[in-house]
Design a protein around this ligand. Structure first.
Ligand code: AMP
Ligand code: MN
Ligand code: MN
Ligand code: MN
Length: 289
C-alpha cells in the first residue's frame, strides 16, 4: 500500500496555530504516514515533533522553510530531512530570526502610527515570542483588534506589497539557503512555485540557479496549486530533472482546502523527493537518545 506523504507544515514555532505535538496528532488522525515539519526559518519544533511522532506511529522528517530574497522577490526553499543539530544551519537560522524581529518591529511601528494603537508590538511578542515572527501574526492581531475582517484584507490593506505597513524582508541568498540545507544532509526543494506568479522563463532561471547551488526538488503538489498548475510543474520537473515534492502547507485547522494529508497525490511519471533519503534523520535522532 502506498504511504501518504505531507512534506510541508507549520507549528506554533512559526505561524501555525498547533503545537508540534498537536500537529503530529492531527496528521496521524488524517492518515499521514510521513510528515515534515517545515516552520519558517526555524527547526526548533523538530525535537518535540519527533518525540510525538514516535508515539503516534508517524515518521517525522525534520524540515525547515527558509525565506530567500531572489531577483527582487521572496522565494521559499524547503529543506527536508535535515540534521536539526547541524551547527551552521542553526547559526544561519538564528541570523534569520534576528532579521525577522527587526522587520517585525518596523511593521509594528507602522501599524501603531496608522491606528494609534501603541500596544501592537507588545501583543505580537507575547503571541509569537521572538522566534519566527511572521506577517501571519500581524494579520491575526489586525483581525482580533477589529481593524480588518479577514486575512485577505489584512494582507491587501496592511501587510502585502501595497499595504500601509509593508516592510520588505531582506532574507537569505538562494545559494546560502541551499548550502545550509545541503550541509545539514538535507534535500532542498523550491516551495509552492506557482505562488510567485513568475513567468515561465523566470521560473526556469530560478530553477537553473537553484540546481547550480545544489538544489534538487520542486514542490509540484501544494494546496496552493490548481490541478492545471500541478500538471505544468510536473512537466517542468521532468524537463529540468528535478525531484517532485508534495505538501499541504498546513497552518491551522478551519480551512477544509488546506488540510494535513489532503489531495497530495503525485502526478504520474515523477520521481519523488523521498527517493533521495535512505534513512530519515528523525530515526537517527531517536536512536541517539
Ligand atoms: P513572512 O514570512 O513574515 O513574510 O510571512 C509570510 C506568511 O504570511 C506566509 O507564510 C503565509 O503563511 C502568510 N501569507 C502571505 N500572504 C498571505 C495572504 N494573502 N493571505 C493569508 N496569508 C498569507
Ligand atoms: Mn506561513
Ligand atoms: Mn511558503
Ligand atoms: Mn509554508
Amino acid at each position: 500500500m502506498s504511504r501518504t506523504y505531507d512534506l510541508h507544515s507549520h507549528s506554533t514555532i512559526s505561524d501555525g496555530t498547533l503545537t508540534p505535538s498537536e500537529l503530529v496528532a492531527r496528521a496521524a488522525e488524517r492518515g499521514v504516514d510521513v510528515l515534515a515539519l517545515t516552520d519558517h526559518d526555524s527547526i526548533d519544533g523538530v525535537q518535540e515533533a519527533s518525540a510525538a511522532a514516535a508515539n503516534a506511529g508517524v515518521e517525522l522528517i525534520p524540515g525547515v522553510e527558509v525565506s530567500v530574497t531572489w531577483s527582487g522577490a521572496t522565494v521559499h526553499i524547503v529543506g527536508l530531512n535535515v540534521d536539526a543539530e547541524n551547527i551552521p544551519l542553526r547559526q544561519g537560522l538564528a541570523a534569520m530570526a534576528e532579521k525577522r524581529v527587526e522587520r517585525a518591529r518596523r511593521i509594528a511601528a507602522k501599524i501603531s502610527r496608522h491606528t494609534g494603537d501603541e500596544a501592537v508590538w507588545q501583543r505580537i511578542t507575547q503571541e509569537a515570542g521572538t522566534e519566527a515572527v511572521t506577517r501571519t501574526h500581524f494579520a491575526r492581531d489586525l483581525i482580533e483588534q477589529g481593524v480588518v475582517k479577514d486575512f485577505h484584507h489584512a494582507f491587501k490593506k496592511w501587510l502585502g506589497r501595497k499595504g500601509k505597513a509593508y516592510v520588505a524582508g531582506q532574507w537569505a541568498e538562494l545559494e546560502q539557503a541551499v548550502a545550509w540545507i545541503r550541509d545539514a544532509g538535507g534535500v532542498a526543494v523550491i516551495a509552492h512555485p506557482a505562488r510567485y506568479n513568475f513567468t515561465r522563463s523566470k521560473l526556469l532561471r530560478l530553477i537553473e540557479e537553484f540546481k547550480a547551488a545544489g538544489g534538487s526538488g520542486l514542490e509540484v503538489v501544494s494546496s496552493a496549486h490548481t490541478p492545471n498548475e500541478r500538471g505544468n510543474l510536473a512537466a517542468i520537473a521532468r524537463q529540468t530533472g528535478l525531484l517532485v515534492s508534495c505538501g499541504s502547507d498546513f497552518h491551522a485547522p478551519g480551512n477544509p482546502r488546506v488540510e494535513l494529508g489532503r489531495d497530495l497525490a503525485l502526478p504520474a511519471n515523477c520521481e519523488p523527493v523521498w527517493s533521495q533519503w535512505a534513512e530519515p534523520q528523525s530515526a537517527a535522532i531517536g536512536a541517539g537518545k
